[in-house]
Write a new protein. Sequence first.
Length: 401
Amino acid sequence: MKRLSPWLAAFLCLGFIAAPLFAASVSTSKGSSAAGTKLAATISQVTGIAISPLLGVSALGAYKYFSANTEAEKADLPWYGQPMYWLSGLLIVGAIAFKDIAGAAVPTGMKKPLDILETMENKLSGLVAAGAVIPFSMDTISSLISTGDPAVTLPLGLAVIHIGAADLSWLLNILMMPLGIAVFLMVWITAHTINVLIILSPWGVVDAVLKSIRLSVLGLLTLTSWINPWAGVILSLAIVVIAFFCTGWAFRLTIYGTIFCWDFFTRRRKRFAPDAQENWVFTARKIGKTPVRTYGRLSRTADGKLVLKYRPWLVLAPREMEMPDAPLSVGRGAFYPTVVGHFGEKERTLILLSPRYKGHEVEFGAACGITSIVDVGLRRAWNVIKDLFGLGVSNPAPVGA
């Protein structure tokens, strides 16, 4: 039953989305057909905005502005349809695109701050879109269904239901608003992980590939919706299903990216000291039944074992996970520390620490009973380069092991 529950939830979610589409399409009148087409286009708009909020909102605002025929219609447009907002958004999108193009030619250390800034922008624009644009879209959907046609004929030979005779738009708004925001958040969180993965990736080529994937999906959705709105709905539903099953993983990665950006921009490590008993960390891989990038508190028990205490989705019942029984080292990275497990000749990163722990590796290791300190990632690579060119003596081996 536990394995079937995600599929059941996905089926119910798609059922709620498909219900208004069905209601708008079953009518035989020409007016309802146009209303159903507009409804399909709105569903695709919500999905597209969720994939890239700033670009989606700005493009939608520009489209509405140039589609308005009179100055009075332009003045009545919502805030995102005003030139000051959509033009500013498009300029920011252009600056980000220039950063991505030029980023391949600059060192990773110089590009990462800009990537973090872009991640913060994506979070802010996502919140703005969820709180402002999506309600407008959902209101469009409910108004189309409730007033699109005075009669909707059901396909089973039943009586004709006169929707126009009873104003049920308020009930439809209540049902559609939470569903629309939930679908938006699922797709946005999944798409937002691309920004977080770019922060974690040390190679510019990977960044370009990730950005290309997101842009290709958005472009395909836009093109499909333009050719046939109902084909766009089918593609949107496919994206929603994929996002549904990726939401848990994407949520954990989003939490990590949020804390990462906060620590970086506020320079938290300058005002931070690790706790002597327990510290907040993330898992770097799946350990037992604990998923990757689970956020929790790492502490050492009285019998000397390292235990991670966490809450699924940050609010559910607390759980505990015991760290693998292997020699551990605290890794000093260029941007954030890690905890590395030594399994024979192999090294595996088990724990990720946020940037606030950078420079506090020794204190964190003391709190966890770890005395071995090693260089990892870019720091290790830089030490290798210095050794090759004789620029200095490096010591990547464990210190105090």
